[in-house]
Ligand binder design. Sequence first.
Ligand SMILES: [Zn+2]
Length: 83
Amino acid sequence: MKCSEFLHELTDYLDGVMDSPTKAELEEHLAWCHNCYVVCDTTKKTIEIYRDSQLYELPENLRTRLRSAIVQKCQSRKKAGPA
Ligand SMILES: [Zn+2]
């Protein structure tokens, strides 16, 4: 498998929607190609952070403060001039 092929399949691989023979080929590529390993690892971590942040609940008081800060910003922007 070439690096370009690997990168093409990478998102399917990380989504886990891949059939076993292709998955085995990708893992074999990862075993010897450090470049693709780094890309794969970085992408995987990014996805994990994204998933974690979706699950992460903001504390109620922080959420309220954030919301009022956003509202204030919108209001001051309206006052600042014609839209
Ligand atoms: Zn590669």
